[in-house]
Design a protein around this ligand. Structure first.
Ligand code: PLP
Length: 437
């Protein structure tokens, strides 16, 4: 007798019994949108398929890595080929150097080449955590400045007033972080240069680094004010502190040199962190900077960092194949599809009289249910967030999988072709009606 296909409800019940909240990352929970998480069994191009055999157009994109679409043939082939030659050696491989060289070449602009050396790690959390340790090692100072609503992974010191799942769950930070560690992080409002000046005026000699999402995308999209990144780099440098530019989400997504490559005002970040796209869907992330700073890392220098799986050959193969496939045509496709979807969402919400703003940084966008564009975490939190759950559920009913939180970006891939985009556009009017109710 053939086994009955389990439902998403059944899978969720089973998962909840076995794992906290039934998920291995809180952003996958559907609590804030009032639905049952879908359990996926396969994905191809712009679509994912759940355990019930239902197909969805995917706008989560594995939270960023699936920029070419799911199971891109070149990436799958590269991973299969690498797997056949060994899953990992715990030793150096030529591919790691190739990936480092490729990144170093790509991140260059107006004669500025901020990345002379790169270290591969496995997650964005490790990349930012190591960048902070490196900045502390380089400056001999302890304090770190971060912006409210920015998310840099889940290391202890970076969870204060963080975006992403911390924002979705409306947490001020995390239990379990010692007060002494939290006190090393100074949190200030975003897009507010006066606040940056003030914090450096008060504690400048103790600040090792200021860390910033190159273009924040973890409280929904909140574009940096014109010249903001360049201005904070200047302030940090004037006080002997480093600027850590977090491009884990934006790197290789908004363009081949990340947000830094399209930021309207050139500036020199001291350390840059990458994740998501650089690993092509497998666990790989990186941090890079000048040789002077990066060579402070062990084994050359006194700042320790290590990883059993760092530079894993399968992840390196996926990353190389992904970056090589990301040509101008791929970015043009992502930009065009993003514009069509964002415009259609705005039109549908306007037609229903729902106050909204399309928040956009390059090809990254999200919808804020507000009358004026939010510019920091406070204004983001003040939006009519209650409109998102019905909007989300209507889209899901129509076979469109959006991020299950108003505080996340919509991830479009190069595989979102005209037919796929048309399917999304067709679903928007009903979702807008649901949001208006
Ligand atoms: N930095 C930014 C800007 C991110 O968006 C994320 C994850 O969403 C991280 C760091 C942490 O990366 P990971 O989830 O790979 O640890």
């Amino acid at each position: 007798m053939a086994a009955l296909t389990p439902t998403n409800e059944q899978e969720f019940a089973r998962a909840q019994a076995a794992m906290p909240g039934g998920v291995n990352s809180p952003v996958r929970a559907f609590g804030s949108v009032g639905a049952t998480p879908r359990f996926f069994v396969s994905a191809s191009g712009p679509r994912v398929t759940d355990v019930e055999g239902r197909e969805y157009v995917d706008l989560v994109g594995s939270w960023g890595p699936a920029i070419l679409g799911h199971a891109h043939p070149a990436v799958v082939h590269a991973v299969q080929d690498a797997a056949a030659r060994g899953l990992g050696f715990g030793a150096s491989t030529p591919g790691e150097t190739e990936l480092a060289e490729l990144v170093e070449r790509r991140i260059e602009r107006s004669g500025i080449r901020p990345i002379e050396k790169l270290r591969l790690v496995s997650t964005g959390t490790e990349a930012t955590m190591t960048a902070i340790r490196l900045a502390r090692g380089a400056t001999g100072r302890d304090l770190v400045v971060k912006f409210a609503g920015h998310y840099h992974g889940h290391s202890d010191g970076l969870l204060a007033e963080a975006g992403s799942g911390v924002a979705t769950l409306a947490l001020p930070g995390s239990a379990g972080v010692p007060a002494a560690i939290a006190a090393q992080t100074l949190v200030i409002p975003y897009n507010d240069l006066d606040a940056v000046h003030e914090v450096f005026a008060a504690r400048g000699t103790q600040i090792a680094a200021i860390i910033v999402e190159a273009a924040p995308a973890n409280m929904g999209i909140v574009p940096p004010a014109h010249g903001f990144n360049a201005a904070i780099a200047e302030i940090a440098h004037a006080h002997g502190a480093l600027l850590i530019l977090d491009e884990v989400l934006t790197g290789f997504r908004v363009g081949s040199a990340g947000w830094w490559g399209i930021d309207p005002v050139p500036f020199a970040p001291d350390l840059v962190t990458f994740g998501k796209v650089i690993g092509g869907g497998l666990p790989l992330a990186a941090l890079g900077g000048s040789a002077g700073v990066m060579d402070l890392l062990a084994p050359l220098g006194p700042v320790y960092q290590a990883g059993t799986l760092s530079g894993n050959p399968l992840a390196v193969a996926a990353g190389l194949a992904t970056l090589r496939a990301l040509d101008a045509d791929a970015y043009a496709q992502i930009d065009a599809a993003s514009t069509t979807i964002a415009d259609a969402a705005a039109d549908a919400l306007t037609a229903e009289g729902v106050a909204h703003v399309v928040q956009r940084s390059g090809s990254l966008f999200s919808i804020a249910f507000a009358a004026t564009p939010p510019h920091d975490y406070e204004t983001v939190k003040a939006q009519d967030a209650f409109r998102y759950p019905p909007f989300f559920r209507a889209m899901l009913d129509a076979g469109i999988s959006l991020p299950p939180s108003v505080f996340e970006a919509w991830f479009v891939s190069a595989a979102h072709d005209d037919e796929t985009v048309a399917q999304i556009v067709a679903a928007l009017p009903a979702a807008a009606r649901a949001a208006a109710a």
